[in-house]
Design a protein around this ligand. Structure first.
Ligand code: ADP
Length: 568
């Protein structure tokens, strides 16, 4: 059967989504593949369709019992002979499915990784005509990914013991360069064909805001919509508990439950139809809030990252991050709740240095507790599904993981300080090509603010880092540049440095801002985690020598002027 025909007949679709056809072609040609697509991007079809077209049975390795069942139910509904084998089955059911598998009754069989090397399954597999092995959520093999699953490491052993090696197709929505390389090496993929695609959400307008006052910014932003708010005088009005409310739906994510509660109160007092959601509320309350939102009784949800799992409201017009999340993947997922219906929607990330500090503290304590989900407020929900089939989460802690988490955070900090196209930054992060000329639809592409030449300032900062032997963090560097009389500075005799006080006319905030831009543009590197040290990069020399120029947008510089007097 031809591909498109099979697509139509078995799935009822008329066309492939981006990336699907290329991956399917390569699998059909017998090649290993690595497909990186966002959640909902259509990864399943990439192995289900070849499984149908190829002779034999496809083995699909999947980490979640609930997911296996859903997938198999869907396939069976479409008339595809398939089954799953996991610990949820009774003894008799298991025996009957294994027998069916032995007879070659199924085109697809879903298994948990723990099952692969059990004596019985491995023995049946060796006698089976296997069309392909699909590894779903392939990032689970990496200890550095966010849901490491030790039993994934058993997959290559299973494959090695097969009489004939079938093509191996790995899929994930998570792929920092590091995790991607780990997947290829640890799964022992052979010359894999790689596709990263589908991460672009053209209807989302990404922007970064650095307001002095976040609440004021939100109130100003909300003014552009009509929520039917009667007055802004502080009188308590409807909070959406009765009837439907006017205005668009939106979500405001905050880092802590406390911020959620206080921001909700502020917005309710101004009369907005808003409710709070976090893991501190009991499940009945959470369910009620969720339903009010789904049925448009509440328009705005202020929430921690506990909100959103399993919530799929198509017409969310804005997602604002009141605090910065812990990495680009978390941001992409959360911001991605906007505009599921394809209509234009805003994704605004608010940046404040304090949020970076908070994330770092969370990471440090997470590392101590050997917990990966540093800022999660999910009450454990995200993980309960994984607690099956004998899987234990052997989470490694220690400095390496911490450094990695800091690097991931830094990527997002850089996102907040770049003046490149924000959509491009996101796409490149996920391994896709950025739009060549910018997207002309993000905060940076639309920012008409003047570029200011900051080459001299940048040179002063770089020389200071160089002269102090690349041993200090930004706090110390700024103090030296501003000529601080700080005890430590005097003690370390940094006041004897030639760069001491050469930026005394500049504010601390301004220098900090320039440093952030230098990091974002790759002229400065940050090494170490808890106390990161600034070092020069391969390109800093060009800037120091004046071979290249360095610019910062005027509005970013303006935002650094604060009214209160700064102490030296
Ligand atoms: P992922 O595994 O990448 O999260 P899924 O495989 O579950 O995503 O696919 C998400 C949705 O997209 C499913 O409802 C699926 O049926 C649908 N889908 C996949 N491929 C296509 C296609 N070519 N045309 C239309 N819908 C598709």
């Amino acid at each position: 059967m031809e591909k498109l025909e099979a697509l139509k007949k078995n799935f009822g679709y008329t066309a492939f989504r981006t990336g699907q056809e290329r991956l399917i072609d390569q699998i059909l040609a017998g090649r290993d593949v690595l497909g990186i697509m966002p959640t909902g991007g259509g990864k399943s079809l990439c192995y289900q369709l070849p499984a149908l077209m190829m002779a034999g049975t496809a083995i699909v390795i999947s980490p979640l019992i609930s997911l296996m069942k859903d997938q198999v139910d869907g396939l069976v509904e479409n008339g595809v002979a398939s089954t799953y084998i996991n610990s949820s089955l009774s003894g008799a059911e298991l025996a009957s499915r294994l027998e069916g598998l032995r007879r070659g009754d199924y085109k697809l069989v879903y298994v948990a990784p723990e099952r692969l090397n059990t004596w019985e399954f491995a023995e049946i597999a060796r006698g089976l005509d296997i069309s392909l092995i699909a590894v779903d959520e392939a990032h689970c093999i990496s200890q550095w990914g966010h849901d490491f699953r030790p039993s994934y490491k058993e997959i290559p052993k299973f494959i090695q013991r097969l009489p004939v090696r079938p093509p191996v197709a790995a899929f994930t929505a998570t792929a920092t360069t590091f995790v991607k390389e780990e997947i290829k090496v640890l799964l022992e993929l052979q010359r894999p064909f790689e596709v990263a695609t589908g991460f672009d959400r053209p209807n989302l307008y990404y922007s970064v805001a650095k307001p002095q006052n976040k609440l004021k910014f939100i109130l100003e932003y909300l003014k552009k919509f009509d929520f039917g708010v009667v007055s802004h005088t502080g009188a308590k009005e409807t909070s959406g508990s009765m009837g439907t409310s006017d205005g668009p739906s939106g979500i405001i994510f905050c880092a802590t439950r406390k911020t959620v509660d206080s921001l909700t109160r502020e917005l309710q007092q101004k009369g907005y139809p808003v409710e709070a959601y976090h893991a501190g509320y009991d499940s009945a309350q959470r369910k009620a809030v969720q339903e009010n939102f789904m049925f448009d009784r509440t328009k705005i949800i202020v929430a921690t990252n506990a909100f959103g799992m399993g919530i799929d409201k198509p017409d969310v017009r804005f997602v604002i991050h009141y605090n910065m999340p812990k990495n680009m993947e978390a941001y992409y997922q959360e911001a991605g709740r906007a505009g599921r219906d394809g209509e234009d929607s805003d994704c605004i990330l608010m940046y404040a240095p304090a949020d970076v500090v908070r994330q770092k503290l969370l990471m440090a304590s997470a590392s101590v507790n050997a917990s990966v989900n540093a800022s999660a407020d999910d009450g454990g929900e995200a993980w309960t599904e994984f607690g099956m089939d004998g899987a234990s989460f052997d989470l490694s802690s220690g400095i390496d993981r911490e450094t990695l988490m800091h690097n991931n955070l830094q990527t997002l900090v850089n996102y907040c300080h770049t003046h490149e196209c924000l959509r491009g930054e996101i796409l490149e992060y996920f391994g896709e090509a950025a739009p060549a000329e910018g997207c002309s639809k993000c905060g940076n592409c639309l920012n008409t603010s003047q570029m200011v030449d900051m080459t001299v300032e940048a040179q002063k900062i770089l020389s200071c880092i160089f002269r102090t032997n690349q041993r200090y963090g930004s706090g110390t560097i700024i103090k030296v540049l501003r000529g601080s009389k700080d005890k430590k500075i005097m003690e370390w005799q940094l006041d004897k440095q030639s760069t001491y006080g050469i930026m005394s006319a500049h504010s601390e905030n301004l220098i900090k801002e320039i440093i952030m831009h230098l990091i974002a543009q790759g002229y400065i590197q940050m090494t170490g985690s808890t106390y990161p040290i600034l070092t020069l990069s391969a390109t800093s020399k060009q800037l120091l020598k004046g071979e290249t120029q360095f610019f910062v947008k005027q509005d970013r510089l303006d935002a650094t002027t604060v009214s209160k007097k700064e102490k030296l």
